[in-house]
Design a protein around this ligand. Structure first.
Ligand code: PLP
Length: 500
């Protein structure tokens, strides 16, 4: 029986297509009060030749299936989720209340300008707040995720060079960068040129200067994350920016880790020309990795004309949508972006205010350093120094001693009720475990997590198999990850028709 525990047997939830019976339904519709139409006649060649194959289930079957699946899912509303680099922090419920206000939630994306003044006004206010927070001249809210924000910002850099009749190709990226950085470069036709950080994990101006010298006139820009993906602050940022500007390049700032510097430091003051926000990581909107989230771009005046179109601006006491912008990189998202995300981020920022935003970054940094200070007693830090929002550990010592690796530790954490941290990233650290507690967690939660990590280390020393066989208490055991990646089953196929 689905959803029932049988000792020793793990749970299996069949796809909804494998439940139900022909003719079973959960809907009760009123009798037809319009003339019946033969669909095949009405649609002609466009009519289906056979039924769509939709599940035919009762309401309890459908409801229970999806509720069961939701309960199997690991989520931030039930447990600690220290996924480094992804900043899985709690999303305050007041954001949801605001996003569900009927004036926002029921607004059709094609509502004309004069009837959507409330939403447009919120967008303009959010743009202004975001620009102030990062010290930039303007913000465009359109991109749907951090990664798309990167893509858009680099499109703007490309448009800037083309407007000056230049076509430089090289964007310099520190080796520890998030994978979306080089991908965004490549999609824009740039060459992503990696260069190493110093031994202490941050970029040294001399290393960048050498790389720039080799590129001569081909410098399109620098793409740099600050604080970076090993949780360290790039202290030489202003100097790095000077070096790039002197070569005619621009500085792209990956703003994904803004939660560590909110109210304390502004990328715009450090020489960044264009950057993206990850509203989910910084301003507690639901995580929309690569998709239905929001990754606004902020830019300096010099890039203003290239921002995506349409642009929303205040004009006297009204807000207007401006679509006719000849130098724009174009539209990167349907309509004006994901307005529901804008409402949530705006609510969060207004609820916290100036001091609250500073408290966010103080707490993010305090929590990460507290976690690092306790956990380094059990697992070595990759860079033994104070961190910003996240800390990276290595499995070097434990693997040498017991044969237990990062992946085993990650899987065993599931048995202890914690989501594993990000593993094997960044690649520059052997057996990396990148842990980000975030500002929303209490000391008690962090202590519980560290205690679990210490217990796993003891288990590894006493009986490595316990860790290597994990998870044993989860809904499913250890999966064949290579097969899942290479031969994913992404859609259900009817058993009687396996060829389609
Ligand atoms: C440093 C960094 N850059 C970019 C991204 C991509 O953002 P998104 O997941 O919103 O596409 C992430 C993801 O969290 C990140 O950590």
């Amino acid at each position: 029986m689905p959803g029932q525990a049988i000792p020793g047997i793990q749970f299996r939830e069949p796809p909804i297509f494998e439940r139900g019976a022909r003719g079973r339904t959960g809907a009760s519709l009123p009798p037809l009060d319009v003339p019946d139409v033969d669909v095949a006649d009405a649609l002609g060649a466009l009519a289906r030749s056979r039924p769509a194959g939709l599940p035919e289930v009762s309401e309890p079957e459908a409801f229970r299936h999806f509720v069961r699946l939701s309960q199997w899912n690991f989520c931030i509303d039930t447990q600690f989720y220290p996924l480094g680099s992804c900043t899985m922090k709690f999303n305050p419920k007041v954001n949801e209340w605001a996003a569900r206000l009927p004036g926002f939630a029921e607004l059709h994306p094609m509502t004309p300008e004069h009837l959507s003044q409330g939403a447009l006004d919120l967008m303009v206010r959010l743009q202004d707040l975001l620009a102030e927070i990062v010290g930039m001249d303007g913000v465009n809210l359109q991109p749907a995720a951090g990664a798309q924000g990167e893509l858009t910002g680099l499109m703007m850099i490309r448009a800037y060079h083309h407007s000056r009749n230049r076509n430089p190709k090289k964007i310099f990226i520190p080796e520890s960068a998030h994978g979306t950085n080089p991908a965004s470069c490549t999609l824009n036709g740039f060459d992503a040129v990696p260069f190493p950080a110093g031994a202490d994990g941050i970029v040294e101006p001399d290393a960048l200067a050498r790389a720039l010298d080799e590129a001569k006139d081909d410098v399109a820009g620098l793409m740099i994350t600050n604080p970076n993906t090993v949780g360290l602050f790039e202290t030489a940022m202003p100097r790095l920016a000077e070096l790039v500007h002197a070569r005619g390049g621009l500085v792209y700032g990956d703003g994904a880790n803004m939660n560590a510097i909110l109210g304390r430091a502004r990328p715009g003051d450090m020489g960044v020309d264009v950057m993206q926000f990850n509203l989910h990581k910084t301003f507690t909107t639901p995580h929309g990795g690569g998709g239905p989230g929001a990754g606004p771009v902020a830019f300096k005046k010099v890039l203003e004309q290239f921002q995506p179109t349409p642009v929303v601006r205040r004009d006297g006491d009204r807000c207007r949508i401006y679509a006719d912008r000849p130098n724009s990189v174009g539209k990167v998202r349907s309509f004006l972006g994901n307005v529901g995300m804008f409402v949530r981020a705006y609510t969060y920022i207004r609820e916290l205010g100036n001091q609250g935003l500073r408290d966010v970054s103080d707490m993010a940094v305090l929590n990460a350093n507290y976690l690092a200070a306790r956990l380094k007693e059990h697992y070595p830090l990759a860079y033994p120094t104070a961190v910003m929002h996240e800390a990276v550990f290595t499995d070097k010592a434990i693997e040498n001693e017991t044969g237990v690796k990062t992946l085993d530790i990650a899987k065993r954490l599931i048995d202890y009720g914690f989501h594993p941290p990000t593993v094997y990233f960044p690649l520059v650290v052997r057996g990396a475990m990148m842990i980000e507690p975030t500002e929303t967690e209490t000391k008690q939660t962090i202590d519980d997590f560290v205690d679990a990590m210490a217990a796993i280390k003891r288990e590894a020393q006493e009986s490595a198999a316990t860790v290597k066989d994990a998870p044993t208490l989860a809904r499913v055991g250890r999966l064949d990850e290579a097969r899942a990646a290479r031969k994913p089953h992404l859609r259900w196929r009817p058993p009687e028709d396996p060829s389609k």
